[in-house]
Structure formats: structure tokens, C-alpha cells
Design a protein around this ligand. Sequence first.
Ligand SMILES: NC(=O)c1ccc[n+]([C@@H]2O[C@H](COP(=O)([O-])OP(=O)(O)OC[C@H]3O[C@@H](n4cnc5c(N)ncnc54)[C@H](O)[C@@H]3O)[C@@H](O)[C@H]2O)c1
Length: 328
Amino acid sequence: MVSGVYEEGVDVMSKIVITGGAGFIGSHIAESCVEDGHELEIIDNLDDYYSLELKKKNIDCALKSGMARFVHGDVTDLDFLRTVIDKDVDYVFHEAAQAGVRISVDNPFKPNNVNVLGTMNVLQVSLEADVERVINASSSSVYGKVEYLPFDEMHPTQPVSPYGVSKLAAEHYCRVFYEVYGLPTVSLRYFTVYGPRMRPDLAISIFTGKMLNDEPITIFGDGSQTRDFTYIDDIVAMNMRLLDTNRADGAVMNIGSGDRISVNDLAKNLKEIIGSSSEISYAETQRGDAKHTLADVGLAKELIGYEPSVGIEEGLERFVAWYKEILE
Ligand SMILES: NC(=O)c1ccc[n+]([C@@H]2O[C@H](COP(=O)([O-])OP(=O)(O)OC[C@H]3O[C@@H](n4cnc5c(N)ncnc54)[C@H](O)[C@@H]3O)[C@@H](O)[C@H]2O)c1
């Protein structure tokens, strides 16, 4: 529980559904929910976008508590969702998605189906069930073309990938379900999230795995592109805070670190932390990749008291320590 103005509407114990709860971010939110004593239903279709072994381990963390139940199912299936999101459910964290910019360039239909239709289904069923709030995972990918930095929420949204388009459509549906139908929703625009159990398709994870074996790494583009990397703990904390306040209902807000680093510097930092002799080579820029991201987190600060707490150096140290531990 957080203090001060955020205490309005606090539930001591709630029934929560997390879609995509076997994934990276969803599984961390799941653990936080059970630690706080909430009853939890984890929905996931165990999509094979990456290793099912990793996803099964992710769910185990929450299931061990005895407070969580895993339900295998698909957010694109409205009838299935109705069997889980019922009148007993207080809050829904909607994390299920076909994540990943590059896969969306290869197959734009899948992210559209999962991220747009899936989100509509979650909203519709949550409305029918009188859920108190749906907290939707959106993305910095909605910004796309940079007109100025940092991105505040008024920055134009011109996604440069099908994934970004799908996340933008999904957050508009969240806002419209609030404004038109009265379902409280909040969308959090996450800026590249990293930390233990992170998705294996993301640069920090790929670089770390290779650098620990002194294998060469490849940077797409010239490495001058910059990213705002957000440590998982900050993402989880802001999701949990939204259980305790209605101050952000209907809002869309950035959750980033408020700082950025070039991919070249990221690789350099990781090499130093790991003590690796990996060679770095460069390849053509990938289609759909944004040039820069950087969050203005002023709105989240104002509405829900957000203060990013883990900087990139500390975050990378923690991630590498975790990665080495799981190899042992
Ligand atoms: N990781 C990041 O850097 C980042 C940045 C911005 C936004 N996001 C968003 O955060 C959310 C979580 O991302 P993540 O990195 O944990 O990804 P992830 O792939 O680890 O987790 C997503 C989970 O959703 C599940 N899923 C996929 N399709 C589904 C379907 N049709 N029905 C039910 N479950 C389904 C997957 O099996 C997976 O376990 C996503 O909405 C993503 O778009 C992530």
C-alpha cells in the first residue's frame, strides 16, 4: 500500500486477473500481487514466440504462493475470457500481447489480432463484469517518429511499426471504453523494460548471453540510436499503485526511466560489467526500429507519484548478476 493521496479506494485484498501473466512483465506483477495477499488468476496462452520453459518457470514463482491459479487460454477468445473475468474480479492487468517490433514487421496480422482484438475482448468482458479498473500495458512504440524529446504524452503518435500501431489502437480502445462506457482504464506506456526474466529477444538479454561467452555481438544500425530503458521494479510498482487510486482513470501515461543511452554505450557498459572480450560488429538497421526514445514522466509523477528508482548502471549490474546466477 502507498501513502498519502494514493490511499483512496484501497482494497485490503482483491481478486485480480493478469492476462499474459506467464510473460516477463506479467509474471513480475503476478508475484507482487500474491506477495500483497491478493487472489490471482493468471491467463496466458503460452504462445511459442519464445521458450515455453522460460514461461513455465515464470508462472511457478506466483503459483508457489498458493494464492494464484493458472488458466490456459487466449485473449482473442471472448467466451473463454467470460469464464475467468466474472463478477468476483476487482482488477485486470492486461499484459498479454504479441510483443516485439521486428516480428510485427514480418507478420502484422498477428499483433493486430492479439493486441487490438484481444484488448477489445478484455475490455468488453471487464465491462460486463463491472471490474473496478483495467490497467493496460501500452508502449513507447506508439510515438514512432521523433518530433522532439523527451516524449510527453502530447507528442504526436506516428508509430513506425505494425506493433506500434496495434498498441496505439489498443490504448485508444481503453480510453474510449472509459469515456463512452464508463469502464475505468489506465494505459501505461512502458519504455523498453529490462531486468530478471526479461524477454530473450531484447538487446540487453542477447548481448549479456553472448558477452558472458565472449562471443561477438551485432548492433543493428550505427549504434547511435538511443533508448530509455526502464527497470522492471519501477514498472511493477506503478502497476500496483494503480490498485490504490482512481486519480489516473482514463489516462495514458509514460513509464520510463527519464534517461536514455545509446546502444553503443549500452554495449560498452555491459562489456565492462561482464569483463567480456566480445567483438562488436554492425549490421543494417532493422525495419520498424525507432531512432530514439526518451520519456517525460511528469504526468505519471503528478497523477500517481512516480519516481524512477533504478538507473541504467545499477539496473545492468543487477541484471547481469541475475543472469550469472541462473547459469549456475
Ligand atoms: N518488455 C518491454 O520492453 C515492453 C515495452 C513496452 C510495452 N510492453 C508491453 O508489455 C506487455 C508485456 O510484455 P512482455 O515483455 O512481458 O512480453 P512477453 O512476451 O514476455 O509476455 C506476454 C505474454 O502474453 C502471452 N500471450 C501472447 N498472446 C496471447 C494471447 N493471444 N492470449 C493470451 N496470452 C497471450 C504470451 O504467451 C506471454 O507470456 C505487452 O503488452 C507488451 O506489448 C513491453
